[in-house]
Design a protein around this ligand. Structure first.
Ligand code: G1P
Length: 299
């Protein structure tokens, strides 16, 4: 990697979920492996980590995630065939996936919730700040939000969340933050968080999206965290404790205003495929022409 001061954060990617929102596609295929154009969704997330200077990735996995592990590993039989064909372009593409980061795995065991998934990363991470990236959240690469979060942590200390303003009718789908402004545009102090509140309970329209920079004190909180909403050990509840105790130096957030897709949701997934394909030089122009004709009922 060309980055000198980079690589000091571990990115923890919880991927043990069953993907029930996307059945039947996810019956035998991990939801993280659903293709967005020609790459599995999870590869975009790892690439985002790498683009922010992170080269240590810990997947928190569960049963039936072999395809994901195989994707980030060498594939000797396939590579042999490509080499015999002289297909260096594909070989390079495959090598990049394996070489882009140090990838590690730990099993979650029981599916006790996002907070529990993060807690099993504790041994690997140690007593250092670290990043959590949720695989369902696909964030447009032109907004390097993780870099802004890292810079915010390095300036202000403490933990850093990523918030996005959503319609009040959607806030019940997210963790929600109560915030105060700071001297810096786009950076707020978080004074409280609540997991999936009703529109009436919600302290704001700011939703927590799937990027977190957390202080290791979160592990101490998670070790005794009681189950919360849906009977699961919620990361949001542990963050609320961090805020109240000021452990690890308080919580700030950056406000995300770019494009984000929830690849676990069918409509948002379709939007991600179309948007990313439209932006691609090799596919975009022809796809645009086709969509235009299709919408005009020409084909
Ligand atoms: C999780 C978190 C939630 C957050 C969301 C972002 O919920 O618990 O606080 O807002 O991710 O995608 P999930 O979508 O896993 O239900």
């Amino acid at each position: 990697m060309s980055t000198s001061s980079r690589g000091s954060y571990t990115a923890v990617l919880p991927v043990a979920g069953l993907g029930t929102r996307f059945l039947p596609a996810t019956k035998a295929t991990p939801k993280e492996m659903l293709p967005v154009v020609d790459k599995p969704a999870i590869q975009y997330v790892v690439e985002e980590a790498v683009a922010s200077g992170i080269d240590d990735v810990l997947f928190v996995t569960g049963r039936s995630k072999n395809a994901l592990e195989n994707h980030f590993d060498y594939a000797p039989a396939l590579e042999g065939v490509l080499a015999a064909r002289g297909d260096t372009r594909s070989l390079d593409e495959l090598a990049k996936i394996v070489d882009m980061a140090h990838i590690h795995y730990v099993r979650q065991g029981q599916p006790l919730g996002l907070g529990h998934a993060v807690s099993v990363a504790s041994k690997h991470v140690g007593r250092k700040p670290f990043v959590v990236m949720l695989g369902d959240d696909l964030i447009d690469a032109s907004t390097p939000i993780l870099q802004t979060m890292i810079a915010t942590h390095e300036k202000l200390g403490g933990s850093v969340l990523c918030l996005m303003e959503v319609d009040p009718t959607e806030i019940h789908l997210y963790g929600c933050a109560q915030i105060e402004s700071t001297d810096t545009d786009g950076i707020v102090r978080v004074t409280g968080v609540v997991e999936k509140p009703t529109a009436e309970e919600a302290p704001s329209n700011y939703a927590i999206i799937g990027r977190y920079l957390l202080q290791p004190e979160i592990f101490d909180v998670l070790a005794t965290q009681e189950p919360g909403r849906s009977g699961e050990i919620q990361l949001t509840d542990a963050i609320e404790t961090l805020i109240n105790s000021n452990a690890g130096g308080g919580v700030h957030a950056v406000i995300f205003t770019g494009k984000r897709y929830d690849t676990g949701d069918k409509m948002s997934y379709l939007q991600s495929v179309i948007s990313i394909a439209l932006e691609r030089e090799d596919l975009g122009p022809a796809l645009r022409t086709w969509i235009t004709k299709k919408l005009a009922n020409d084909i």
